[in-house]
Design a protein around this ligand. Structure first.
Ligand code: NAD
Length: 423
């Protein structure tokens, strides 16, 4: 794995944007108009700690683009978070939301903190303090945060409550990823992995007529990886290998994802599952001769070091950025591997956030079952929209599916900006 600094992350996002702008034949002006966030708010958050001393934390909310609607994107609490990282991620959210066909622009927030070093009371004060810093800029029709790395439904509940205390508006739709009793959806937990499974199934239909009987390997067995494995198994695929940070397991006849999950929950890792034929390393898992590979752990696991040994026919990116730009081009164009890009394959979470937001605004009567159907329909639609754009507007021999996804997203944002008179 290659570590990427937040500066590199931002430069990478700018490069992706430039490529999409060039592909669409837009001029430099369009690139400049999309390159910078509309607003970045920096917040100083003083928290009185358990020893009685006040400690200051710094956080940011980057609002990248609002042409398609209110800004939307998570808030992360992480010791390495920087302003540049938050800006880069907010730009990524603009494309992800546009591609998902949601009425949202892109935003992202972050606080530079190690949340595991805080007591629950300190964490609550930090969460409330961040909202005190940004409350003027957020709201149900302005900017709607959600959980991200090391933030969770409880933190969303504190944030929503703080917003109410300051503004007097008890707005459930001002934040998503809330606990069920405060307007959240339980389906949120399966959303990303289920969405990845649906996008892989749709591509399998286009390539082979269906996913049934196709072999699958999944790297990472957390929220995204486990649910991707579970639903691909339910759809009739054969999950031959899974892994987590401790290593992987392989069974040519297929593994039962729920049984493996039980073992991981009880013993700490998938490697203790006894019905596997053999143990494998994460490197071996990535190089298996399978129909579908789902990297669902961390970024940059398929790089120029191992790209020549990759044998999967389809790669569905549940993780963010698991395939480097160089490997993406090589695998897509030389080896004709179909790589379903992260902004498409892992958009299930934000699509479910939109369903939660709609439900909150309607006063709440969307059932969990309806939410799941809506999510599935949206993932089907979006996968086919990218596929069609790729084949009709671009040339799959020269351009990757990622190119198509970004170009389609940028095109939608530019269209909205032109209609608003911003371009
Ligand atoms: P998680 O913490 O629930 O699970 C991560 C899994 O990856 C764990 O099983 C862990 O053991 C494994 N892992 C960690 N390091 C590894 C390594 N070096 N090699 C192999 N396995 C390793 O996280 P998650 O929520 O499932 O997120 C996974 C990825 O999906 C991340 O890139 C995340 O950004 C992306 N993602 C998740 C969501 C979501 O809603 N959960 C949404 C969009 C994108």
């Amino acid at each position: 794995m290659v570590e990427v600094s937040s500066r590199e992350l931002l430069l990478e996002q700018e490069k992706i944007l430039k490529r999409a702008v060039d592909l669409l034949g837009y001029d430099e002006n369009v690139y400049e108009a999309l390159r910078y966030p509309e607003r970045v708010i920096q917040v100083k958050i003083p928290v009185r700690m358990r020893d009685g001393k006040v400690k200051v934390f710094i956080g940011w909310r980057s609002e990248h683009n609002s042409a398609l609607g209110p800004y939307k994107g998570g808030i992360r609490f992480h010791p390495a978070t920087t302003m540049e990282e938050v800006i880069a991620l907010s730009m990524m959210m603009t494309w992800k939301n546009a591609l998902a066909g949601l009425p949202y622009g892109g935003g992202k927030g972050g606080v530079r903190v190690d949340p595991h070093a805080l007591t629950p009371y300190e964490l609550e004060q930090l969460s409330r303090g961040f909202i005190r810093g940004i409350y003027k800029y957020i709201g149900v029709d302005k900017d709607i945060p959600a959980p991200d790395v090391y933030t969770n439904p409880q933190i969303m509940a504190w944030m929503m409550d703080e917003y109410y205390r300051i503004t007097g508006e008890n707005q459930f739709g001002m934040i998503t990823g809330k606990p069920k009793i405060l307007g959240g959806m339980e389906t949120r937990i399966i959303a990303t992995g289920f969405g990845t499974a649906v996008s892989a199934r749709e591509v399998a239909k286009l390539l082979w007529g269906g996913i049934e009987g196709k072999t699958v390997a999944v790297q990472g067995y957390g929220n995204a990886g486990y649910y991707a494995a579970k639903f691909l198994h339910e759809m009739g695929a054969i999950v031959v290998a899974v892994s987590d940070s401790r290593g992987g397991i392989y069974n040519s006849k297929g593994l039962d994802p729920d049984e493996v999950k039980k073992v991981k929950s009880e013993k700490g890792s998938v490697i203790y599952y006894e019905k596997a034929e053999k143990k494998i390393t994460n490197e071996q898992l990535l190089e298996l001769d399978v129909d579908v590979l789902v990297p669902a752990a961390i970024e940059n696991v398929i790089t120029k070091e191992n790209m020549e040994r990759i044998k999967a026919k389809v790669i569905a990116e549940a993780a963010n950025g698991p395939v480097t730009a160089e490997a993406d081009v090589y695998l897509s164009l030389q080896k004709k591997v179909i790589i379903i890009p992260d902004i498409l394959a892992n958009a299930g979470g934000v699509i479910m956030s939109h369903i939660e937001w709609m439900n909150n605004r309607m006063g709440g009567f969307i059932t969990e079952e309806q939410a799941r159907t809506m999510l599935e329909n949206k993932m089907v639609q979006n996968t086919h929209a990218v596929w069609e754009f790729w084949h009709k507007e671009l040339d799959p021999a020269k351009h990757t599916m990622r190119d198509a996804a970004y170009a389609l997203a940028v095109k939608r944002v530019v269209e909205a900006m032109k209609l608003r008179g911003l371009l």
